[in-house]
Structures are given as structure tokens and as C-alpha cells.
Design a protein around this ligand. Structure first.
Ligand code: GLY
Ligand code: MN
Length: 469
């Protein structure tokens, strides 16, 4: 947990933002409850709600809070441990003690929440809440507010205020993200050092999970480790490493403070890239470096996505995979055939930060509209960059036979794409993605974490050459 001043300052800022937006009433914040996997005493791994963590810090189940916009009064609702709880879970600080740690003076039993919300409603006061990220809290909202569909009543002013704050990382958060990235670096390095033909994929995945658990809270999302990189989020790890394939590893560690890291590297399993693999790898690497070099305040991430799309198509032209005017190909969305995802996303307490609050609200400025095009349409962060944004830089090139066939059948890109060459040489290629985590600074950008994972083809081959059983 951070110092209590961090949380009190955040809540004061939130209330001020709401008042400045002409809002009154109360803010209702819900922490998460335990989520039973089979029965109530056997739950999924505990994870607190991220917005709750941001404002309230308390990493325990079944907490809620009401922040009064008009009076500034703050109350935390939760139950003290009973003797029965202590028998099974040991002694715990009281709710009042926990509240004091985050600078909140008022506390009440969890059961008092319903009466206090109803009191506010019957006094004609507005109860502001954000989209509940879990079903338990959706149902809770329905009960507390007496409504059928909590999604419809979500407070846009509150959502925007929360996003505006969480998007710009404070110094303490940047330290936390650097730390999470250092853990991610360690996990990825160990994984890379295990890459040898004949090794079961799951052995590496298991080792990575052990590192994430032993150094931090655990994984920041389920590990993607696959020799079928063309399947963007492949979570199957049942294969054995085979000489000549490309292995995509996309994974991150979540620290004890719940900040994420998210890196991707792609490795030639036998230790050396083939000519074709190296050609495509070098394009992705160039795109990754270009994106980083363009990242600075005042530039939109959408324009950086498009700059990498342009570079990618230019280089694919040189290989004869596409032909024609590169700018026209970018405008016509041809890059989406090879990279059907966006260049990156926001990262913070969530690996895809705040997507529960609405992807467009988080990733798009009010004057930006999301494109319907494949690839660009999946861009989760398009905003004009400002210092404190933390984003991923993750270009990729994938050869997805089903997508290529669909394009061909529908006559898409017929003036540009060399379908014969793709079928002849690339249907069994797989995919390549490279990803770093980047902080926008006042005068540019820096990659998060102390060290950067090997990324040039030479350094990757050098690192793999040291692998042994
Ligand atoms: N690293 C997984 C993703 O960004 O979707
Ligand atoms: Mn990512």
C-alpha cells in the first residue's frame, strides 16, 4: 500500500473534479468480493477491484465506500472479523484501523451501506458509480439502487474523472510500474533461457508462473506462449518446442501493489532465424523502434500506429508480399491483414488499463473516433500523448491463412496483395510480436524497467546460443 497521503490526495482530487464538473451527490465505490470457484470456501485467487485499489488502497474483500461530493465526508463500509473468522484466518486489523491507513475517518458495518445509499436516494441525491467490473458488484448495485440495469445508470462524469486521473501515472505509480517491469524482465529472461527443441511448452509456462508468484502477486494476465503466433492470444501450451519454429512469449508479472508489466518477444526455437524469419522479424523490430522514437507529448498514438503500418507495408513491398502505393494501402487498411490488432494499450493497475470503464472513453480523446478498419479498429489507445501516459509498443506481423483466404475471397486488397506468394511461402510461418512498456515523459519517452530484453536479431540469437539442457 502507498502512504495514506497518496489516497487522501487522490480522493480530494476526485471530489474536486466532480464539483468542477458541476456534480453533486455521493460517489459509491465498491471493492470486490471473493468469487467462489466451486463453493464459498474455495475461491478463485483473490484480486481487488483496480479503481477501489486506486482510491481506497485496502486489498481485502467486501469493502465499500461512500464519498460525499458536497460535504467531503468519507465512510468505509466493512465488517470486523468475528471470532469464527479469526479461527480460520487469524487476527486482522479492525475496519477502523484499515480505514485510518488510507486516511478515512468514518467506518460502518457493511450492512449499513444499503440504508445509507437508500437515504441518499430518498433525499433526492445523485448516487454516482462506475461500471462494476464483476457480476457480484453488478448485482449489488441492482439491489442497492433498486435498478434493473446498472450499466444504464453509470455516471459519465465520475467515469471520466476516474479515467483522467488513472491515465496519468503519478511518480509513485511509475516506480511501481518500473518494479513490475523488472519482475517481468526476470520472468522473460528465465523463459528465454529455457528455449530448446524438445522442451514441452508447459515446462516454460510453469516456470514463468512460479517466478511471477514468488516475486510478485502473480501473472498480470494468462501467459501466451506459442509456436502458433498467428493465433494472437493462444493459451494452449500442450506442444513441444520444435527446431525451426518461432516461439511467441507474451507475458507479464503483476507486482504486490498490483501494477502490471506486459512484454512480448519472439524467438527462433533452434537458436537461429531462417532468412525468411529474419526478414519478417526485422520489419517488426523496425516498427517497434519507430513507434518508440515517435512517442512524445503532443503526438497521437493513432498517428504512431499509422506510421508503423506505413513502415510495415513499405518493407513488405520490398519482399514482394504487397505492391502499390504505400499511403493508399495504409488508407485502405491493408496493414490489418498482417497486424489485425492495435499498436498498444494503456497499462497500469490493469494490464489493459481500465477497460472495464469503457475502451473508447479510456483510449480515445473526445474528438477522436474509432476506425471500423481491421487492425486500426482494435487500437485501444489512440489519444494524443501527454507525460505520464504508460502504453505498450507492440507491433506484430502474422500470417493467418483463414484471414488471408477471407480477404482473397472477398476481393479485399486484390490490387495490393500477392496472394500466390503468401500461399506458397507464408501459410506455415506463424507470427511475430515484440512488445515493450513505455512511459511518456515531458520531453519524449522511456521504456519502463531497468533492463531491456534482447530484441535485435543478433542479440536474440546470441542469448539463445547460451541455452543448454
Ligand atoms: N499482452 C496481451 C495483450 O496486450 O493483449
Ligand atoms: Mn500488450
Amino acid at each position: 500500500m502507498f502512504d495514506k497521503e497518496v489516497y487522501t490526495h487522490r480522493r480530494q482530487t476526485l471530489l474536486e473534479k466532480m464539483r468542477n464538473a458541476g456534480q453533486s451527490g455521493v460517489i459509491l465505490l465498491l471493492g470486490n468480493a471473493e468469487a467462489p470457484a466451486q463453493y464459498k470456501d474455495n475461491c478463485y485467487k483473490w484480486r481487488q477491484d483496480s479503481t477501489w485499489l486506486y482510491f481506497m488502497g485496502i486489498d481485502e474483500p467486501l469493502f465499500a465506500a461512500i464519498l460525499d461530493i458536497d460535504s467531503g465526508r468519507e465512510t468505509i463500509y466493512a465488517d470486523d472479523f468475528t471470532t469464527g473468522d479469526v479461527i480460520w484466518m487469524g487476527p486482522q486489523p479492525s475496519v477502523a484501523e484499515r480505514a485510518a491507513l488510507v486516511g478515512v475517518g468514518g467506518s460502518a458495518p457493511y450492512s449499513a451501506l444499503e440504508a445509507d445509499v437508500k437515504k441518499a436516494l430518498s433525499a433526492g441525491r445523485k448516487v454516482h458509480y462506475i461500471n462494476p467490473s464483476r457480476w457480484f458488484n453488478t448485482l449489488k448495485m441492482m439491489r442497492l439502487l433498486g435498478i434493473e440495469n446498472p450499466e444504464e445508470g453509470v455516471s459519465l462524469p465520475l467515469t471520466k474523472a476516474v479515467i483522467s486521473m488513472r491515465l496519468i501515472k503519478e511518480d509513485v505509480e511509475i516506480d511501481a510500474l518500473d518494479y513490475a517491469c523488472d519482475l517481468g524482465y526476470t520472468m522473460h529472461s528465465v523463459a528465454r533461457d529455457m528455449i530448446l527443441p524438445g522442451r514441452p511448452e508447459r515446462q516454460i509456462v510453469g516456470q514463468m508462473e512460479a517466478i511471477a508468484q514468488s516475486l510478485g502477486w502473480g501473472l498480470s494476465f494468462p501467459t501466451i506462449l506459442t509456436q502458433h503466433g498467428e493465433v494472437l492470444h493462444n493459451h494452449a501450451h500442450t506442444d513441444t518446442l520444435r527446431d525451426g519454429t518461432l516461439l511467441v512469449i507474451d507475458a507479464g508479472v503483476e507486482s504486490d501493489l498490483h501494477y502490471a508489466s506486459d512484454f512480448t518477444r519472439t524467438y527462433p526455437v533452434g537458436g537461429k532465424f531462417t532468412t525468411r524469419q529474419r526478414e519478417i522479424y526485422s520489419i517488426v523490430h523496425e516498427c517497434n523502434e519507430l513507434a518508440f522514437s515517435l512517442t512524445r507529448p503532443g503526438v497521437s498514438y493513432r498517428s504512431i500506429h499509422l506510421a508503423t503500418a506505413r513502415l510495415m507495408l513499405d518493407r513488405l513491398s520490398a519482399l514482394g508480399i504487397v505492391k502499390g502505393d504505400v499511403d493508399q494501402m495504409v488508407a485502405d487498411g491493408i496493414a490489418g491483414l498482417f497486424q489485425p490488432h492495435g499498436l498498444g494499450h494503456n497499462m497500469g493497475l490493469d494490464v489493459h488499463d481500465m477497460e472495464d470503464l469503457g475502451e473508447d472513453l479510456v483510449g480515445y480523446d473526445p474528438d477522436q473516433e474509432r476506425s471500423p478498419q481491421l487492425g486500426l479498429g482494435s487500437l485501444r489507445m489512440a489519444r494524443k500523448l501527454v507525460p505520464g501516459h504508460v502504453i505498450t509498443d507492440e507491433p506484430g506481423i502474422y500470417f493467418i491463412p483463414a484471414l488471408i483466404e477471407k480477404f482473397k475471397k472477398e476481393g479485399l486488397g486484390k490490387d495490393y496483395v500477392n496472394y500466390d506468394l503468401l500461399r506458397r511461402n507464408y501459410y506455415d510461418f506463424g507470427g511475430i510480436r515484440l512488445e515493450d512498456d513505455v512511459l511518456v515523459t515531458p520531453d519524449g519517452a522511456r521504456r519502463l524497467g531497468t533492463l531491456r530484453l534482447a530484441v535485435t536479431p543478433e542479440n536474440v540469437e546470441q542469448a539463445l546460443s547460451e541455452n543448454e539442457d
